[in-house]
Write a protein that binds this ligand. Sequence first.
Ligand code: NAD
Ligand SMILES: O=C(O)C(=O)C[C@@H](O)[C@H](O)[C@H](O)COP(=O)(O)O
Ligand code: ZN
Length: 358
Amino acid sequence: MSRLTIQANSHSYDVVIEAGIRHHLNQWVPDNYKEILVITDQEVASHYLDDVITSLQGRSVHTHVVPSGEASKSMSQYQVLLDKCIEVNLDRKSLIIALGGGMVGDLAGFTASTYLRGIDFIQMPTTILSHDSSVGGKVGINHPRGKNLIGSFFNPVGVLYDVETLHSLPSKEIRSGYGEVIKHALLSDRSWLEDLLETSFDNVRNARLIHDLEKGIQVKAGIVEKDEREQGIRKFLNLGHTLAHAIEAELGYGKITHGEAVAIGILFSLQLSERKAGATRLPVGSYVNWMERSGYPIHSIQTLQPVELLKRMKVDKKTVDHRVHMVLLKGIGEPCVVPVGDEEMLAELERFLNEVIQ
Ligand SMILES: NC(=O)c1ccc[n+]([C@@H]2O[C@H](COP(=O)([O-])OP(=O)(O)OC[C@H]3O[C@@H](n4cnc5c(N)ncnc54)[C@H](O)[C@@H]3O)[C@@H](O)[C@H]2O)c1
Ligand SMILES: O=C(O)C(=O)C[C@@H](O)[C@H](O)[C@H](O)COP(=O)(O)O
Ligand SMILES: [Zn+2]
């Protein structure tokens, strides 16, 4: 078991990483919560919902299962969840548990943050990617025009990470999760990055995976504790995301996973960093090899149009005065934020789509 305490603006909370913790929830979920609503998705429910209900024996537990996939991070599912909270009479002493990946965590967390102006929630991440999404308090839903455009900063009262649940992840979701792991490595540590770039996911043994998750969470915690509301350094956690979010929205939510889109967005940012941030020592070649070897669906964006992508990028939350702001790297562990004008961005997107992706 490992335990890391995160100091949020409102309160501190623990991230507990333990194989099988879903079987011991009565030990971890304080008994002052009179009603508990477990929110999960269909796929996760089929594997783990019974375990969670069983381990909360003796408590008043309600459940709600949303369809799996990014399309559920929507206004309509949010409405359904609010209806559910009212139907089962959750009050301010109630608790929501988000059991699932980042989709469930963001959606259930946003529901918790707004229902009755906010009730407590616990994150129970079940994907590799959600080592990132379960920490730091960003919760929200998508709008057809852009990712996460509706949301809040609202921290969980705890994160219970049962790494045993990762055993049932399909390889696509392992790949997706590593899109955010590699982001945390690029933001922090060259030797960790080099190790990752040499690793094939087929060889990711449990000990190695947990090491990567713990390191990723430490990087994220170190940033969100200093800048929870993203006034400055938290923007760095958006490395690769300005293009990634545009790709996800433009292709249609769920056509490509978030982590896969982030990995593609990072490649764009690495190349742009050489031209716009003076970077000279970025391992762009080995990053491309790693992406290809790992099966990131780089060609799935071939048909996208630079003009449409730019329109999407401009609704990014980092945009100031209609100007896109990109997170770039001066070197490994040396992120910066650089404004890029429309003409230049269009030229960069053209080059990326025509020369790199083809
Ligand atoms: N709030 C944040 O700080 C933050 C950070 C990163 C990403 N995100 C958001 O997280 C979302 C992506 O999260 P995700 O990649 O976890 O996606 P996800 O929650 O959609 O899960 C991916 C797929 O894996 C399935 N699944 C989940 N756990 C499983 C398990 N243990 N075994 C088998 N299948 C399982 C799900 O049913 C789903 O089909 C995006 O919406 C992204 O915007 C938020
Ligand atoms: O926690 C953050 O801050 C991040 O940027 C983490 C990202 O991986 C995550 O995808 C986040 O949801 C993006 O936030 P957004 O504000 O750009 O929507
Ligand atoms: Zn992300």
